[in-house]
Design a protein around this ligand. Structure first.
Ligand SMILES: Nc1ncnc2c1ncn2[C@@H]1O[C@H](COP(=O)(O)OP(=O)(O)OP(=O)(O)O)[C@@H](O)[C@H]1O
Ligand SMILES: [Mg+2]
Length: 282
């Protein structure tokens, strides 16, 4: 079971003088239970790709397959498939339209006919999974803090019971503890069997938490791989807007000197490898 973008090309303003090729043949496979990050500089096409994964946008060429199935724009099947992929927008308030948090979370399930205790259970589960404070259920979502709004947005998407969760810049505007909390929540969601697709310009966070990373530059896929493969690539190939975190750069330098250090951002793994190497030399 997977969510796949196959050679997706997409242009905004087709035929106009301002035609803009936002994606130029991008492929990505996300399996359930995986955390995949999409990183890249501003304007590299991250949000455009996220909207394709959720069938909000449709490719000019190429296709998006949800559990092996693609659907035509506007078709009833597209609406059904879209339910499998929850998208949390870059600006969470852009997806709100209710007066209370509860109504916001209830919206999708009640639209599909879920009522009564089942609806309440659905809201409770979504509140718990998103780490939202239940005392905010009667509040106006537009009046909440940035971190709370993002949790409301995640809860309202989780209430749809998706198999894939795509989050566009979920850590933007959060402080360090907010980022830690959100990361824990997303890890728990992933452990529950959902796939997490994190769109971010935060390379450090992507290197630390992802199973795999897709690097985009000006609408093109530069490389897809495990975090260590990405760090290794970026250590010698500059990509616009992506600066390798100091720890990953340090690990790369050690490797260049023949010390077999894992090239990612986990301090403990690097220290262990350095100690092993010192032991071997003594
Ligand atoms: N609605 C739109 N109309 C026209 N062009 C657009 C539109 N949305 C995005 N673009 C253009 O498409 C390209 C990719 O934009 P996109 O928003 O996908 O990038 P991004 O990587 O998400 O950027 P950011 O990090 O700033 O969120 C950019 O050149 C952008 O200007
Ligand atoms: Mg974006």
């Amino acid at each position: 079971m997977s969510l796949e973008a196959e050679n997706v090309t997409y242009s905004y303003n087709v035929g106009a003088a301002a035609e803009n090729v936002a994606l130029g043949g991008v492929s990505l496979t996300v399996n359930r239970g995986e955390w995949v990050s999409v990183v890249g500089h501003t304007g590299s096409g991250k949000s455009t790709l996220a909207q394709h994964l959720n069938l909000l946008l449709f490719p000019s060429s190429g296709r998006v397959l949800i559990d092996g199935e693609s659907a035509r724009e506007g078709s009833p099947r597209a609406r059904e498939l879209r339910r499998k992929v929850g998208l949390v927008f870059q600006y969470p308030e852009s997806q709100f339209f209710s007066d209370t948090v509860r109504e916001e979370i209830e919206f999708a399930p009640s639209n599909w006919g879920v009522v009564g205790p089942e609806l309440e259970e659905c809201v409770d589960e979504a509140v718990e999974a998103s780490g939202l404070d239940p005392s905010l259920l009667e509040s106006n979502p537009f009046r909440l803090s940035g971190g709370e709004r993002r949790r409301v947005a995640i809860a309202s998407v989780i209430a749809m019971k998706p198999d894939y969760l795509v989050l566009d810049e979920p850590t933007a505007g959060l402080d360090a503890s907010g980022v830690r909390d959100l990361t824990r929540i997303l890890n728990d969601i992933r452990s529950g069997g959902l796939a997490v697709v994190q769109v971010t310009h935060d390379l450090k966070s992507a290197l630390e938490h992802s199973d795999r990373i897709l690097v985009l530059e000006r609408g093109r896929a530069v490389i897809t791989g495990a975090p260590w493969e990405i760090a290794l690539y970026l250590a010698s190939n500059p990509v616009q807007g992506l600066i390798l975190p100091p720890l990953a750069r340090f690990a790369h330098r050690m490797r260049m000197r023949g010390i077999d250090v894992p090239i990612h951002c986990e301090v403990s793994a690097i220290v262990e490898a350095l100690e092993r190497s010192r032991g071997a030399r003594q």
